[in-house]
Design a protein around this ligand. Sequence first.
Ligand SMILES: Nc1ncnc2c1ncn2[C@@H]1O[C@H](COP(=O)(O)OP(=O)(O)OP(=O)(O)O)[C@@H](O)[C@H]1O
Ligand SMILES: O=P(O)(O)OC[C@H]1O[C@H](OP(=O)(O)OP(=O)(O)O)[C@H](O)[C@@H]1O
Length: 211
Amino acid sequence: MSEDLLRIAMPKGRIYKKAAALFREAGFDLPEDLDDSRKLIIPVPELRMEFIMAKPVDVPTYVEYGVTDLGIVGKDVLVEDNRDVYELLDLGIARCRMSVIGLPDWKPTLHPRVATKYPVVASKYFRERGQQVEVIKLNGSIELAPLIGLADRIVDMVETGTTLRENGLVEMEKMFDITSRLIANRVSYRMKSEAVQSLCDRLSAAIAVRA
Ligand SMILES: Nc1ncnc2c1ncn2[C@@H]1O[C@H](COP(=O)(O)OP(=O)(O)OP(=O)(O)O)[C@@H](O)[C@H]1O
Ligand SMILES: O=P(O)(O)OC[C@H]1O[C@H](OP(=O)(O)OP(=O)(O)O)[C@H](O)[C@@H]1O
């Protein structure tokens, strides 16, 4: 790959539109068809960039293995997956939080069970607090777990709180705030330092304008 061409893993889904808006504010004129295309590899030669449209949880894997130089990913995925990558920039987008959630009448139980999409994050959190819990990994609709008796609490993301309200659940403890981050492969960071630094500078300037 040429030294100034940046290959970037861009998450499909929630983060995409927010990340694309930030890139455009930073002066990177991304083609409009990027927004609804089903294509997975999108070269933008005029920007010396190539976007790989990825499932969000796979972004750190692509970056660690160097198949993309950079990636955009939620802090939630970074702390769960703990890949060997550099975290370069907090993009301040796709803001939400990771929380412990339960029914309003929750009481400590003898064999507490916690359902989550984030078993590493949840296990560490309760272990550090000296609480023994069984962590059950689920892949979606996590809020169902306390409602149908699979677990007495869940660890999940809260953004507007709508999902909690509509299911009669309460946020018991906020664990940490989440935003999307720009991450880099360790080798690309050195080999393509000029292009990476220039991208970071322009994104940082766009973030500062928003603040
Ligand atoms: N309300 C929210 N719920 C979940 N994630 C959110 C929310 N708001 C922002 N995010 C961020 O968006 C990221 C990606 O969420 P998205 O729902 O697109 O992916 P996903 O859950 O992996 O989706 P899928 O499995 O459908 O591909 C999360 O990792 C998180 O950082
Ligand atoms: O506070 P809110 O604004 O309601 O957002 C939080 C909800 O959004 C996410 O679910 P998602 O829509 O990704 O579906 P999933 O349950 O299939 O992961 C997350 O897991 C919460 O359920």
